[in-house]
Design a protein around this ligand. Structure first.
Ligand code: CA
Length: 222
């Protein structure tokens, strides 16, 4: 899952990014409102953690602009205790939830899970699944009927993306944007390599799931 953190307090932004990365999210950080809006408008993210008081454009205006542009990425607003008005305003403008600073890591992660808990077949907070094949965040592995196999981080992220969009062709460009970032110079054959590793691992545990190739387009989980 790919998250965007928009927060101008650098220490807090970097701490957030660190915590989220340790929990298997890929994270982009924007330190001001304009950059945050530009990133958010790409629609590439599974969730946005958005501070309200920001240089450039404030969080509420970013949220309003996003919703007006029909970007429906879930948004978790970061608010200070004194910003009750902003909180109400934010929820009215289409925020999905808010988190009051200061917060503890457990609460942050729970709110992020709730915010992104919309797609795929969810097994529990740490796992998602497709046709009996389960993907486990805490162990970075896939399992089927008690057999499991470890995944690398990129393999995990690709599998998560496929599971969140089952039986749909995911274009290679989309996979690259989501996992490596839209400015990356990763080539299509890098993805092919990861897909072939994943296929071997899926067949190693005999799971009844296939990653099909849509020639010239991308991949789908079937
Ligand atoms: Ca701020």
């Amino acid at each position: 899952m790919k998250l965007l953190v928009v927060e101008d307090e650098m220490q807090l932004a970097d701490a957030l990014s660190e915590i989220l990365k340790r929990n298997m999210y890929s994270v982009d950080v924007a330190y001001d409102g304009n950059e945050g809006l530009d990133n958010a408008l790409t629609g590439l993210y599974d969730g946005i953690i958005l501070d309200i008081m920001l240089p450039g454009m404030n969080g509420i205006d970013i949220l309003r602009t996003l919703r007006a542009a029909k970007v429906n990425t879930p948004v978790l607003l970061l608010t200070a205790r004194s910003e009750i008005e902003d909180k109400i305003n934010g929820l009215d403008c289409g925020a999905d939830d808010y988190l009051t600073k200061p917060f503890i890591t457990g609460e942050l992660l729970a709110r992020v899970r709730a915010m992104t808990r919309r797609k795929g077949e969810i097994v529990d907070d740490n796992s998602m699944g497709f046709n009996g094949l389960e993907l486990h965040k805490n162990t970075c592995s896939i399992s089927w009927k008690g057999n499991d196999v470890k995944l690398s981080l990129k393999e995990f992220q690709i599998m998560e993306l496929l599971m969140a969009n089952p039986k749909q062709i995911l274009p290679k460009e989309r996979i690259i944007e989501k996992i490596w970032g839209y400015e990356s110079d990763v080539e299509y054959n890098n993805i092919e390599v990861y897909i072939s590793f994943l296929r071997k691992k899926i067949s190693a545990i005999s799971a009844p799931v296939q990653i099909k190739t849509a020639r010239g387009i991308g991949y789908s989980l079937e």
